[in-house]
Design a protein around this ligand. Structure first.
Ligand SMILES: Cc1cc2nc3c(=O)[nH]c(=O)nc-3n(C[C@H](O)[C@H](O)[C@H](O)COP(=O)(O)OP(=O)(O)OC[C@H]3O[C@@H](n4cnc5c(N)ncnc54)[C@H](O)[C@@H]3O)c2cc1C
Length: 291
């Protein structure tokens, strides 16, 4: 399950409510994203530490190179270690303000996630994951370039990758094929697919912003059919369709041998819980067997 640092006290209360609900679902791990600015970054560090110390969950803290010197990055990793975090998702990040704008490296920082993977691995006994992109990263000129640098991050010491969200399982399967073709040894490392259950037409826009691409036409068509032709969106029907789409994707991914599923939760437990229920999992049951 993926969480975001909350913006305010009300958001923090809501996150903790979701955390307690997720504890009963026994996720393999939960991750906490790392934002572009000071206060949200402080909250990621603090709340990831609280997840480690005050819950039964295994937290994975995201870490980006944006605006940090190497010395600051080392100190941040040390702070995570102090609060009991040994699992980091290591990312380059995007330029603040305009994520699609030109990347400017901090004068004493790093250019690519691969360098940060090496820094973290050299600092101690950390488990490191990285990002992967089923449709290619938006800055990659082509899929071969994209696969080459994903494999470089794995060779640098990353133990797994988590994908950007996608809505066509074929994109995930082709990514897996590309990694296997380029480096069969690195291909044994888990590529964890990321899913986001759509709960309204508004979350379609959010999903497109997060994955940097339009959703596939058949998915959009299903959601719009559910919304109906009336002046008001049929919200219950759109939500049900969004949960059905996520469930079908999850079922296919499990059949295809995905190692586990990573859900973008937006700090709410309900939609993810419904997908898990559709998959036959009873909330509060023993953990699903690891694959
Ligand atoms: C699961 C997941 C979680 C995320 N969490 C966060 C988060 O918490 N906070 C946040 O700000 N962002 C987050 N992001 C977004 C991510 O930071 C951006 O997508 C960013 O643009 C790329 O980060 P990266 O780590 O993949 O970069 P990199 O692996 O460094 O790749 C960046 C680009 O450079 C290319 N490249 C890499 N190495 C080289 C090289 N040696 N020479 C030439 N080109 C190279 C790559 O192909 C790619 O196009 C997340 C993304 C994913 C998929």
């Amino acid at each position: 399950m993926e969480f975001n640092p909350p913006r305010d006290i009300a958001g923090e209360a809501r996150l903790w409510q979701a955390v307690r609900e997720f504890e009963r679902m026994h996720p393999a791990f939960v991750s906490m994203t790392y934002g572009a600015g000071g206060s949200t970054r402080d909250r990621t560090l603090r709340i990831a530490g609280e997840l480690a110390q005050e819950t039964t969950l295994l937290p994975v803290a995201h870490l980006t190179a944006v605006g940090h010197s190497v010395a600051e990055l080392r100190s941040l990793v040390g702070s995570y270690a102090d609060s009991g975090i040994r699992n980091l998702l290591v990312l380059r990040g995007d330029p603040p303000g305009d994520p699609l704008g030109p990347w400017t490296r901090h004068p004493d920082g790093v250019d690519y996630a691969e360098e940060l993977v090496r820094i973290v691995r050299d600092l101690g006994d950390f488990h490191v994951g990285v990002a992967s992109f089923p449709q290619g990263h938006h800055r990659s000129p082509d899929l071969d370039h994209d696969t080459k640098f994903l494999v470089a991050k794995l060779r640098a010491g990353a133990e797994y990758s988590i994908t950007q969200m996608f809505f066509d399982v074929e994109h995930y399967l082709r990514l897996r094929d590309r990694v296997a073709a380029l480096d069969p040894a690195e291909a044994s490392k888990p590529i964890i697919p990321e899913l986001m259950p759509i709960t309204s037409l508004r979350t379609v826009a959010r999903a497109e912003q997060l994955c940097g691409r339009p959703l596939p036409e058949p998915v959009i068509a299903r959601l719009h059919r559910a919304a109906g032709t009336g002046p008001e969106e049929d919200q219950a029907a759109v939500r049900a369709e969004g949960i059905a789409i996520a469930t079908e994707m999850a079922q296919r991914l499990i059949r295809e041998g995905a190692p586990c599923l990573h859900f973008i939760t937006l700090n709410f437990a309900k939609a993810t819980g419904e997908v898990l229920t559709n998959l036959g999992y009873q909330v509060g049951e023993a953990p699903l067997p690891a694959r």
